[in-house]
Design a protein around this ligand. Structure first.
Ligand code: COA
Length: 367
């Protein structure tokens, strides 16, 4: 995982808009969030991916597929996944972005699992990343207090045995598309003076409706995915849900009749990091020793679209315990350095090839 070091507290926000630490904590549970400074979605995704490759002790050249879940890509095109692929030197990997709002990472995880189950792919890098601070309207107190930036990544591979992903489900209801939306900047409303003046390139949200949607859909998704996995809800050891609002998590726990101890909660530190929130919470839970081999977990996301997704899995081992040989880390560092040189070399060769073609054309015309 990667989160920017720059921290924005509720008190900092209270100096920008009419709000207070007490209001934000009471309504959301959020105390601070991390905000990108020089970072972009691609640079944070690369950091998180490198951390995942290190924990799994994997060679980036063995990765088959990279899926980056994000609603805040560096560019409309190319995909952020291609920028990640290049920086990692993952020369055999396909790369694609996936936008399912805050459900993006869980969507991507389910789809990566299908890609592996089909036999088509063996090693898939799944990243959730978001730089929401760049699309937040910092004058809108009803949204700017909620979000933060960051990235989390996991590596999925084929394995023997009964551990791993047991079941997944994906859901969508596009009739709620307007509830959480960045109205301008796409093909419906391309950027123009009017869209900028109307602040239409910023995120807009109907908080109340999204709240109602989340508290309705999340408990149902958890029950359904548990059932698909052959589990009872009470058999789930830990639920890693999208970190949007503590009140949403408490409502979900109440509806499922589960204690809050079964939920990972870290939104007080990071706010809502959208597609990055579930993998960041997962990484922290692993680091804190909250996830043990043999445990059943459910990861669940919900968000813009509207979308929701859930994955039930059995944890096989605690990867942090595996000691990665020092020279493997050294090799990866060399590969990343080489990847940067390779990019420059390929760009130079491309320029030279184009220049060669132009010269040949000029010679052809003059003769
Ligand atoms: N500070 C102080 N007051 C605020 C405020 C802020 N940051 N934001 C809104 N308010 C005010 C409103 O203007 C309103 O004032 P009014 O009654 O004078 O009109 C009042 O607080 C209540 O607003 P309301 O929107 O009804 O608050 P709420 O209890 O629904 O909480 C959210 C607002 C956004 C925290 C809540 O709706 C929520 O969390 N929704 C889900 C959002 C979410 O998770 N989105 C991401 C999904 S992926």
């Amino acid at each position: 995982m990667y989160v920017p070091p720059r921290v924005l507290t509720n008190d900092d926000l209270a100096q920008r808009v009419e709000t207070s630490h007490a209001w934000i904590v009471e309504r959301t549970g959020i105390e601070r969030r991390h905000i990108a400074d020089h970072e972009t979605s691609a640079t944070m995704a690369i950091e998180a991916a490198r951390a995942a490759l290190q924990v799994a002790d994997a060679d980036p050249r063995d990765v088959d597929l990279i899926i980056v879940a994000t609603a805040t890509p560096d560019y409309l095109m190319p995909s952020t996944a291609c920028l990640v692929q290049d920086a990692l030197g993952a020369i055999r990997a396909g790369a694609v972005d996936l936008n399912a709002g805050c459900s993006g990472f869980v969507y991507a995880l389910a789809m990566a699992n299908q890609a592996i189950a089909s036999g088509e792919h063996r090693l898939v890098l799944v990243i959730g990343v978001e730089t929401l601070s760049r699309v937040i309207d910092w004058q809108d107190r009803s949204t700017c207090v909620l979000f933060g930036d960051g990235a989390g990544a996991v590596l999925l591979r084929t394995a023997e045995g009964r551990a791993g992903i047991l079941a997944s489900l994906l859901g969508a209801d596009g009739s709620g598309a307007d509830l959480l939306i960045i109205p301008a900047g796409g093909s419906a409303q391309p950027p123009s003076r009017e869209t900028i003046e109307g602040r239409l390139h910023y995120l807009r949200m109907n908080g109340r409706e999204v709240f109602r949607f989340a508290t309705r859909v999340v408990p149902r998704a958890i029950e359904q995915v548990a059932q698909k996995a052959g589990l009872k809800v009470r058999d789930i050891d830990l639920i890693i849900a999208h970190q949007a609002n503590l009140r949403i998590l408490e409502a979900v726990a109440k509806r499922l009749d589960l204690p809050m101890e079964r939920f990972v909660v870290n939104l007080q530190e990071y706010g809502n990091t959208s597609a990055a929130s579930v993998p960041i919470a997962l990484c922290e839970a692993i680091q804190n020793g909250r996830i043990q081999p043999g445990q059943h977990l459910v990861l669940v996301g919900f968000g813009a679209g509207l979308t929701w997704a859930a994955v039930a899995l059995k944890w096989s081992e605690a990867p942090m315990r595996l000691a990665v040989p020092h020279f493997h880390n050294l090799l990866r560092a060399i590969l990343y350095r080489w990847a940067a040189w390779r990019t420059r070399l390929r760009q130079l060769l491309r320029r030279l090839a184009i220049e060669g073609i132009r010269r040949a054309e000029r010679r052809g015309r003059s003769s």
